[in-house]
Design a protein around this ligand. Structure first.
Ligand code: NAD
Ligand code: TDX
Length: 331
């Protein structure tokens, strides 16, 4: 497999993936609509063939899909809070966009890998020690996670009904360079860098199973190379014991900042995500690299904080707009 169509390749995870894939000698074609979340600068210095366009555009999707060996589908509306304000673009991109890509891949018999999320499984109670496995029932909570769940079902139906050569990965919360300042970790880092106070939703007891973006993308490459067709693989780094409050406190400690404030909670806030990634580890031999100390995040967060310190010109233009929006919601 040498030539990949990477949708959403100008977004956070997709751009990190494109950089990694090119460094491994793969040819990368990017299709990205450049929404508020996409940024051409994320691919600066990366040798990709770039096409600005919509994954719902049948003609364009068909034209690009026929030229590649595989589609790696990252493009999505990805932020839960935005899906509460306006769900429509989530249905359009996440459901109709995935459908459009699946039809093109079926037409041209192209291998397909679908990037999904742990949120399709819903949430666990804070005191529930279970982790999600690939057979956990789907129980999405938000418009975002419901549309991701819908897209996963479409992929499985295309495998079963049409024999599409596809795999799915469901990953936990990512962090790392190039993540939009609307998301939890970059929001707090850039709050501190701009003299604002970090903002914790509600009590901050919620748990996310944080993973560094490079660990996620190594897993995707592994699944593309060795994954069994028709299978789903969960991706997680076993960080399901770290609360949002602990993450914010660690960021404050690493940046020498004091104090944070509790703000309005997210309606319907999922409590705890926890991934069991045994299948991926045992079948395909993948292991996360960012796994130090009790939080499993110190080294990855240090690197991420340094990146935001060094790349103010990348995030500053979006910062004020994002914070104005959060202020309107009382967050
Ligand atoms: P992101 O919001 O940073 O990037 C999304 C990219 O998709 C942007 O470049 C945007 O311009 C592009 N895009 C949006 N709509 C499009 C359309 N209609 N046509 C073409 N391009 C379009 O998102 P991310 O955090 O990088 O997430 C990437 C994928 O990974 C998503 O599918 C998301 O559901 C999944 N995922 C994310 C996380 C996480 O923690 N961020 C965790 C698990 C899974
Ligand atoms: O300012 C904040 N304060 C806060 O306490 C923000 C922005 C968030 N939070 C909380 C809400 C969540 O419990 O932090 C946690 C993480 O929030 P987000 O970064 O918005 O991520 P989440 O909603 O968990 O979803 C993320 O992981 C799964 C990605 O955005 C999704 O695309 C992915 O599917």
């Amino acid at each position: 497999m040498t030539r990949l169509l990477v949708t959403g390749g100008a977004g956070f995870i997709g751009a990190n993936f494109a950089r990694l894939a090119v460094s491994r000698g793969l040819e990368v074609v990017v299709l990205d609509k450049l929404t508020y979340a996409g940024n051409r600068k994320n691919l600066a210095g990366v040798d990709v063939e770039f096409h600005e366009g919509d994954v719902c555009d049948e003609a364009l999707v068909d034209k690009l899909t026929r030229t590649v060996d595989a589609v790696v589908h990252f493009a999505a509306e990805s932020h839960n809070d935005n899906s509460l304000d306006d769900p429509r673009p989530f249905v359009d991109t996440n459901v109709t966009g995935t459908f459009t890509l699946l039809e093109a891949a079926r037409q041209h018999d192209v291998r397909f890998h679908h990037i999904s999320t742990d949120e399709v499984y819903g949430d666990l109670a804070l005191d529930d020690p279970q982790r999600f496995t690939e057979t956990t029932a789907y129980r999405p909570s938000s418009p975002y996670s419901a549309t991701k769940a819908g897209s996963d079902h479409l992929v499985r139906a295309w495998v079963r009904s049409f024999g599409l050569r596809a795999t799915i990965s469901n990953c936990s919360n990512n962090y790392g360079p190039y993540q939009h300042v609307e998301k939890f970790i970059p929001r707090q880092i850039t709050n501190i860098l701009t003299g604002r106070t970090p903002k914790l939703y509600g009590t901050g007891e919620q748990v996310r199973d944080w993973i560094h973006v490079d660990d996620h993308n190594e897993a995707v490459l592994t699944i593309l190379a060795k994954g069994r067709l028709g299978e789903t693989y969960n991706i997680g780094a076993d960080n399901d014991h770290v609360s949002n409050k602990q993450v914010i406190e660690l960021i404050c400690e690493l940046m020498g900042a004091e104090g944070y404030e509790h703000v309005a909670d997210r309606p319907g806030h999922d409590q705890r995500y926890a991934m069991n990634s045994t299948k991926l580890r045992e079948e395909l031999g993948w292991r996360p690299r960012y796994t130090d100390n009790h939080t499993g995040m110190r080294q990855g967060l240090q690197q991420t904080i340094a990146w935001y310190r060094d790349n103010e010109s990348w995030w500053l233009p979006a910062k004020k707009r994002t914070e104005d929006h959060y202020r309107e919601r009382g967050q």
